[in-house]
Design a protein around this ligand. Structure first.
Ligand SMILES: Nc1ncnc2c1ncn2[C@@H]1O[C@H](COP(=O)(O)OP(=O)(O)OP(=O)(O)O)[C@@H](O)[C@H]1O
Ligand SMILES: [Mg+2]
Ligand SMILES: [Mg+2]
Length: 517
């Protein structure tokens, strides 16, 4: 059968040469030698300077609605300055994914499947675990430092020149940078994860994606999106576009009603993703991201790639055209792709030495914490670690409530809880990829204290002080935990925050020299 590649478009703008703004001078070292590494570090430092710190976030809280509504008009202005036009974005053949839980996993599955067919893919996700470059992937790999730095300065210099009084914040900047890199790299498909919500999210600046997906809905970012699932659904459905099909993972009747009515308002045809049992897999598979909850992400990803292939007239071998929302035969190559998918920090098991096993999962909402607990229980049984000492390294950030989340972990037989701010080291390095200025240290120390207290309160038996430990950063907590393995075998469950999981993966990688992310 004939195969058409989706149009791969566009006039590419050459990278601008350095402009006269001060930033470039900073980058010069003596003798004009500018190494790509130092440029990269400088890029990350400047990028971090766009983060709002805790105090600013507090100050702006009252104006949140105004600011939200300004997001997209601002993005359009920046894109104009960058000479990125609607046509350029439309030609990226975008799969746009919103939802509360499973966005990243769903995107990772869709990307793995399409890459398996030789397509050049772009993947934009958030947050990152160790390196900010993880958020912008080309053919499944984080964009390299050299390209990141080059394109960063292209975007930064133009925006600084034209909008110095009104610089985009961190996520907005990264979204612009991702578009620039995807266009420059001539990718054939982009899988685009929404940051927060959908309606006002900067990724929603795109006008014509090929297909939209909404993953599992749950309670998160409630101070921004609302505290009812129907309100949350309203924001998520904000990515629907006229004439662009949308698929959603099963949800509650109230939330579904909102999704359907917003779809009708926008003339979007909408379908519910079927249960995974509706598909016929060519062989038994062991999906690349474990946990039963991943099946709904797999089903959504399968639906998204099929609709995408039909809209782009790109033939996926062995896949019959058919109605969206229905199961289908999944050929061998697609089973391979689902198995090959890697998405670190989600249901990940790492053994650093004989005596230590880490179970890491970035759950941070009620539903995902429940899913994490089920997965961890299964894994403990599978690894025969029921009798091993279990330590929980836990922190929850922003407006999330420790006592709501921690109760799901009760069945795991944890005998010690450790908490800390999600900062890697106690001193802040502003050029580090892991720097997060959004929450103040004091707030995070308070949260850590709340976490251990909530755990104590959730226990039916007495808990002693040495079973509850708070440290000032991830590395000291990590050292404390690892030391215990000198006298006994331990199993460490790390969850509550992807930043925490990322920090621990970073430390384990340094210790073992293994590439984990
Ligand atoms: N369908 C699902 N149902 C419940 N929990 C899920 C589901 N998919 C993923 N999770 C949980 O959510 C966590 C984050 O997964 P993933 O990165 O895929 O989601 P996300 O929507 O991108 O999250 P984030 O809000 O961090 O961007 C995982 O560690 C896992 O615990
Ligand atoms: Mg989220
Ligand atoms: Mg994500």
């Amino acid at each position: 059968m004939m195969r058409f590649l989706p149009q791969t478009n566009r006039l590419l703008l050459p990278s601008t040469s350095s402009t006269a703004c001060g930033v470039n001078q900073l980058r010069m070292t003596s003798g004009n030698a500018v190494t790509s590494v130092s440029r990269y570090e400088e890029a990350v430092r400047l990028l971090n300077s766009l983060q709002s710190n805790a105090a600013t976030i507090k100050k702006l809280r009252g104006q949140r609605e105004n600011l939200q509504a300004m997001n997209l008009p601002q993005c359009r202005k920046y894109l104009e300055s960058l000479k990125i036009f609607d046509n350029d974005l439309n030609a990226l053949n975008i799969i746009h994914v919103s939802g509360t839980k499973g966005k990243g996993s769903t995107c990772a599955y869709a990307e793995a499947i399409l890459r398996h067919q030789g397509l050049k893919t772009g993947l934009y996700t958030s947050p990152h675990l160790v390196h900010v470059r993880e958020r912008i992937r080309i053919d499944g790999d984080p964009v390299d430092e050299k390209t990141f730095a080059e394109e960063f300065f292209h975007v930064y210099d133009i925006i600084k020149k034209e909008h110095s009084e009104n610089m985009p914040a961190y996520f907005k900047f990264l979204t612009l940078l991702a578009f620039r890199i995807f266009i420059k790299m001539n990718v054939q498909v982009v899988i685009l994860e929404v940051g927060i919500g959908g309606e006002y999210d900067c990724t929603n600046v795109i006008e014509q994606p090929k297909v939209c997906g909404v993953t599992t809905l749950d309670y998160d970012h409630i101070s921004i999106l609302g505290s009812k699932l129907s309100e949350i659904a309203w924001h998520k459905a904000g990515i629907f576009k006229k004439g662009v099909p949308a698929i959603y993972s099963p949800t509650t009747p109230e939330a579904e009603e909102v999704l359907l009515s917003r779809a009708a308002d926008k003339s979007t045809s909408i379908y519910e993703a079927p249960p995974v049992s509706a598909y016929h897999f060519a062989r038994q598979i062991s999906p690349g991201i474990s946990g039963v909850h991943q099946f709904s992400n797999i089903s959504l990803a399968l639906q998204l790639v099929r609709v995408w292939s039909q809209k782009c007239e790109f033939v996926l071998p062995g896949i019959e055209n058919g109605q969206a929302g229905k199961g289908f035969d999944v050929p061998l190559w697609m089973c391979d792709a689902i198995e090959s998918c890697r998405w670190p920090g989600r249901s990940q098991v790492v053994t650093t030495e004989r005596n230590i096993t880490y179970l890491l999962d970035g759950a941070h909402t009620p539903k995902s914490m429940e899913a994490c607990s089920e997965w961890a229980a299964e894994e403990i049984a599978h690894l025969k670690k029921e009798k091993v000492k279990k330590i929980l390294l836990f922190q929850c950030t922003a407006d999330r409530c420790p006592s709501t989340l921690i109760q799901y972990l009760k069945p795991l037989g944890i005998s010690q809880i450790v908490s800390c701010p999600t900062q890697l080291y106690s001193s802040i390095d502003k050029s580090a990829d892991s720097t997060n200025l959004n929450a103040s240290r004091d707030e995070q120390m308070d949260k850590a204290q709340q976490c251990v207290t909530s755990w104590k309160e959730s226990m039916d038996h007495k808990v002693s002080e040495d079973q509850m430990k708070v440290f000032d950063c991830i590395s000291t907590a990590f050292e404390f935990i690892e030391e215990q393995a000198s006298s006994q075998e331990i199993l460490v469950i790390v969850t509550g925050s992807l930043h925490l999981v990322g920090g621990v993966l970073n430390l384990i990688s340094n210790k073992t020299h293994k590439k984990l992310v």
